[in-house]
Design a protein. Structure first.
Length: 84
């Protein structure tokens, strides 16, 4: 549940406020669906969103704490991906 009064309270520590990370990448557009399924299957280390289907551009929403593990997994996937 979201509690707006707690989220706006300056006395509540925001330990993870700067944890969000968005990675932009490009891959063959026919591989986007497979990337989504593989990342989703990794225990939700990140979420893939297509930003430009025509050019095969995606963004991967993750955290700085999960990115190193997710990057290693992505690099082992059976397709070429360019981080932009």
């Amino acid at each position: 549940m979201n509690f707006p009064e707690v989220q706006n309270d300056p006395s509540v520590p925001t330990k993870y406020a700067d944890a969000d990370l968005i990675i932009k990448a490009r891959l063959d557009r026919s591989e986007i669906q497979m990337l989504c399924k593989l990342v989703e299957g990794l225990g939700h280390l990140g979420v893939v969103t297509t930003t430009n289907k025509e050019f095969g551009e995606v963004k991967i929403q993750t955290t700085k704490y999960c990115w190193s593990e997710l990057k290693v997994a992505i690099e082992k996937m059976p397709f070429e991906m360019e981080f932009i």
